[in-house]
Design a protein around this ligand. Structure first.
Ligand SMILES: NC(=O)c1ccc[n+]([C@@H]2O[C@H](COP(=O)([O-])OP(=O)(O)OC[C@H]3O[C@@H](n4cnc5c(N)ncnc54)[C@H](OP(=O)(O)O)[C@@H]3O)[C@@H](O)[C@H]2O)c1
Length: 286
């Protein structure tokens, strides 16, 4: 594939009143090691974000817990709050210096976090606010109710949920219009197949996290290599192109801290897989 003029050629999806290209960018990797603290070079991190937007990426995913705070701050510094970019953030996880991710869906905490996210993202309204992960110590209903209230109060435009089962998605949808679901899903891990089907049927955006399996595509590697060779592409590009073909509601957010990797990922949107390629990849683990 040509490396000239990298533009996001993925088609679009409506999230609330916004139209975004389906291939987005995950901003978890622009932080320090183990997603704690600042990256070695903050200027490079800001350049990666800016370059994503320059390539036509208009869906950026982040969370208050990435850093914590660092990813959101760098996004705010790099691009501010442009009208034509949807920044999706999340709340509901605490961090500590050991790198643990601790579910915390307490309503008072979420209400505190939205204020800090608004400040770091340099905006008056969060475009898409996602509940990061159900918390065993707080009723899911109470956490979701808080997100719904924040929408009613104008702090957030749209609400999403993440790491949910089909049952919890149903429950959330009784309380608020769910714009997106963000669950782990990739060529190797199809555990969220049922949730994806619901999203597909209902026109809810499905944001597959770890779309290239955290860069481990060894499983089905031979098949990926064969298809990649035919298209003069890479394994990762084929894995991303397959996701885009898998469903019209699929919104992959490959995460990277590197400008060249970003360009390569965006270029996956220009890859036209043959129907038989898609089928073989789909059949590989369904
Ligand atoms: N909702 C949740 O619970 C949850 C959990 C995890 C992640 N997420 C979101 O999902 C996004 C994506 O997930 P992820 O970052 O864990 O996994 P991923 O996108 O599947 O893989 C990211 C890894 O692949 C490497 N990589 C990416 N593009 C590459 C390329 N073209 N060439 C070589 N290496 C490449 C990155 O390293 P380099 O930095 O060196 O490129 C990084 O180590 C995150 O950024 C975050 O926004 C959400």
């Amino acid at each position: 594939m040509s490396s000239n003029s990298i533009t996001n050629e993925s088609d679009t999806f409506e999230i609330g009143d916004s139209t975004v290209h389906r291939l987005g960018f995950g901003a978890m990797r622009i932080t320090g090691e183990d997603i704690i603290g600042s990256p070695e070079d903050e200027e490079t991190a800001r350049e990666v974000i800016q370059h994503a937007v320059d390539c036509g990426v208009d869906l950026i995913d982040t969370a208050d817990s990435y850093g914590p705070a660092v990813s959101e701050r760098l996004i705010g510094e790099a691009i501010g709050d442009p009208d034509d970019v949807l920044v999706a953030t999340k709340a509901g996880l605490l961090r500590n210096s050991e790198g643990d991710w601790i579910a915390h869906g307490d309503p008072d905490y979420i209400r505190n976090q939205v204020l800090t996210s608004l400040d770091r993202l340099r905006t008056d309204t969060i475009d898409l606010y996602q509940f990061h992960r159900p918390d065993g110590d707080t009723d899911f209903e109470d956490s979701v109710a808080t997100f719904a209230e924040l929408k009613d109060e104008g702090f957030v435009d749209g609400v999403g949920v993440s790491n949910v089962s089909a049952e919890l998605l149903d429950q959330a949808r009784e309380q608020v219009e769910v714009e997106t679901v963000q669950n782990r899903y990739n060529l190797n891990d199809r555990g969220s197949r049922e949730v994806l089907e619901i999203c597909d049927d209902e026109g809810i955006g499905f944001i597959p996290w770890a779309p290239i399996n955290g860069d481990d595509l060894a499983e089905h590697g031979d098949l990926l290599d064969e298809i990649a060779d035919d298209h003069d592409a890479t394994r990762r590009q084929v894995a991303l192109a397959w996701l885009l073909e898998r469903s019209d509601v699929m919104l992959p957010i490959p995460g990277t801290s590197d400008t060249e990797h970003l360009e390569s990922n965006v270029a996956a949107s220009q890859l036209a897989l043959r129907e038989e390629d898609v089928q073989r990849l789909t059949n590989a683990a369904e």
